[in-house]
Design a protein. Structure first.
Lengths: 396, 100, 173
């Protein structure tokens, strides 16, 4: 078998190096923007001393982490304690391998797809790899041999199992319409204009997927695994120095990969009003990459925005929300999309409307049942002289 | 192109290790893991034979095995948890009375 | 030695080492992690066999869900190591040796006679992957009934777990 050196070896290596470095630089950019944006949201300045606008702050942080003493406490389970941060970081890094970050680019007659590997089960690969991230948290929590950490790990594993279901089910509708599991095909199937993108056709599924994504990345309002006020810092309480930093890098990498997946599945990938197809075969590639980059960046901003806007859920609220609202909505979207696809011969408009209506009905039914349930409960609890216990229940 | 035997031998070895685990370990959770290992060995044989016969059916059976395994794990772990709450042990030798 | 040979032996060795670790580690957490390694190696073998869909489902279902449940229970019960006393006593030990020898003889016999039966070894065995499309088509046509029965099994498991946990609550309160 002849192996052509340039297209089969050199170009993939360049792509892998490029994306890996882009991820790490992205993490640094995220650390900076998280702190600056949170400062902006809270009407304060945020770090602005190191470099112009504090841009070099992540580097200063990194250097500080590197030179801190690397403490391994005596009471930990050493092999797993050391392994845990890597178990969190590696899935975050390799998940990006199937994300198409642009259309094809032509350099010196070589047509290069802007994607490391276009495998035919792309989206399943993403689900499989992201589901492994939980082990880093759970193992780190257990190995720390600390009650608070263990609680964080327990919460995290239950949360991940619950929200992974929604994550998987919410994309089935998208897969049905694009008739493919390959992320490149899914991105390509969505047209050039925003109203042809999947997020409008599958609005409830899009919202469910995004919410589950927040839960999977352990971000507020779902960061119960590390809830500072309750669990000190949860699973990474016992970690210091670079190991601690790796936990944080993994969290930001997960966010970046998550945003890229959302952009690919729901927000039209590299399409934007046909802008991606102007210019020659070289420039259209560059522009499509830029469009994808900007979209991912905007979605990452939403991550930060939500973090500083919403308070943390209580644990039972988290479980109720996942199982009683998100899961039924995701399941309904599958049924409605499938039925309307047959009934209306694949009309995107009708599927979009049907999804929305069905989701409203489901949420109304669930909320109604829960309200009735709560009423009967508080009627029993608030016997004659007891004050009505409605304060906490009403939050739900 | 590897011949079928390689995969079948590997599958048999994995299955045997699973059986061994069930026989020599007393920890209910590890016994359970060994059962999963045996199911997986069977899955490997299914897929290998499926390729050899050029039938997709073998892979379907793997799908069914996985569904059954998931159901079994959910039930089994629930039983283990309730046994532990009751007896404070999951050593299968100490869980030997039907009542109590 | 083709690439397939090399990969087969790598994945095979990893899965065997993982499997042996499962039954030899004292602590259940280490056993669970070894089992995850074994499942991964098996996913690799599935890819080698052209079963990409099965490989992905293997990781999602086994590594992503089932093993997380195992870890959850191990952590919830905060299990330590169990003293590994031999379960076999007295006469049983003798019986075990006899049966073991019998099994070994059978194994050797099979190994000696293997390779002569080529019924399964179709010459035109394909390397082409069975597509997800093909699996889905079969699942929803020829195997529709087993598929629905599977859903019933899952439902039964769901109800079973709820009943198990509920009863526990009532007796405690």
């Amino acid at each position: 078998m002849e192996i052509e050196i340039l297209p089969q070896i050199i170009i993939p290596i360049i792509k892998i190096l490029f994306i890996a470095h882009l991820l790490i630089i992205g993490v640094m950019a995220m650390i900076w923007s998280e702190r600056r944006v949170s400062g902006w949201i809270q009407d304060r300045l945020g770090p602005n001393r190191v470099g112009p606008q504090g841009l070099l702050q992540p580097i200063a942080d990194g250097i500080k982490f590197l030179f801190k003493e690397d403490i391994i406490p005596n009471h930990v389970d050493k092999p797993l304690y050391v392994l845990a941060p890597a178990m969190l970081l590696v899935p975050a890094m390799i998940a990006v391998a199937v994300v198409p970050f642009g259309d094809t680019i032509t350099i010196a007659d070589n047509v290069i797809p802007l994607q490391i590997a276009d495998i035919n089960i792309g989206i399943l690969y993403i689900l499989a790899i992201t589901s492994l991230g939980v082990y880093g948290v759970v193992i780190g929590a257990w190995a720390s041999n600390n009650k608070y950490s263990l609680l964080g790990g327990l919460r995290s594993s239950a949360q991940m199992i619950s929200y992974e279901l929604t994550l998987g089910l919410a994309i089935i509708g998208v897969l049905m319409l694009s008739e493919s599991l390959s992320l490149r095909t899914i991105a390509k199937e969505q047209g050039a204009n925003p109203w042809e993108w999947n997020f409008l056709i599958h609005l409830p599924a899009f919202l469910a997927f995004t919410t589950a994504m927040f839960a999977e990345t352990n971000r507020l309002p779902f960061d119960l695994a590390e809830a500072e006020q309750e669990l000190v810092a949860g699973y990474h309480t016992e970690y210091s120095s670079m190991k601690f930093a790796i936990f944080f890098m993994a969290e930001y990498m997960n966010m970046i990969v998550g945003s890229a997946v959302v952009v690919t599945l729901f927000l039209g990938g590299w399409h934007f009003f046909g802008l991606e197809s102007i210019g020659g075969p070289f420039w259209s590639g560059v522009i499509s990459f830029a469009i994808f980059f900007v979209k991912t960046g905007i979605f990452l901003f939403v991550f930060i925005w939500v973090r500083w806007t919403l308070p943390r859920f209580r644990y039972d609220q988290l479980m109720n929300f996942g199982w009683k609202f998100l899961l039924p909505v995701a399941l309904t979207s599958i049924v409605v999309t499938g039925t309307l696809w047959i009934a209306t011969n694949g009309s995107r408009l009708w599927i979009g409307i049907g999804n929305l209506v069905a989701a409203f009905i489901v949420v109304a039914i669930v909320a109604g049942i829960m309200a009735v349930d709560n009423n009967s409960k508080s009627a029993v609890q608030s016997a004659p002289d007891a004050p009505p216990l409605r304060g906490l229940d009403a939050i739900e | 192109m590897l011949s079928l035997e390689y995969y079948l031998v590997l599958s048999a070895l994995l299955f045997t290790i699973g059986v061994l685990g069930v026989l020599i370990r007393r920890n209910a959770i590890i016994i359970f893991m060994c059962i999963e290992l045996m199911l997986n060995a069977a899955n490997l044989a299914f897929v290998a034979i499926s390729r050899s016969l050029r039938h997709a059916e073998g892979q379907l059976f793997v799908f069914f095995v996985m569904a059954v395994a998931a159901a079994e794990v959910a039930i089994g772990l629930a039983i283990i948890v309730s046994v532990f709450k009751h007896k404070e042990t999951i050593n299968v030798d100490e869980v030997n009375s039907l009542k109590g | 030695m083709t690439a397939e040979h090399v990969l087969f032996f790598v994945f095979g060795a990893v899965s065997l080492i993982g499997a042996i670790s499962v039954i030899s580690f004292r602590h259940p957490i280490y056993s669970a992690l070894s089992l995850i390694v074994t499942f991964f190696a098996q996913a690799g073998l599935f890819v080698l066999l052209g079963a990409h869909f099965v490989a992905a489902v293997q990781v999602i279902v086994y590594a992503g869900a089932i093993m997380v449940l195992f870890l959850f229970v191990i952590m919830l019960l905060n299990l330590g190591t169990l003293s590994a006393k031999s379960a076999l006593k007295g006469k049983l030990k003798g019986l075990a040796v006899v049966l073991g020898v019998l099994l070994a003889i059978q194994g050797v016999y099979i190994a000696m006679t293997a390779g002569t039966n080529t019924a399964l070894e179709s010459a035109q065995a394909s390397t082409e992957a069975v597509t997800t499309y093909k699996i889905g088509e079969l699942l929803f046509s020829k195997y529709l009934l087993p598929f629905e029965v599977t859903s019933l099994i899952l439902l039964a498991a769901l109800i079973g777990v709820i009943v198990l946990v509920k009863r526990e609550n009532q007796t405690e309160n």
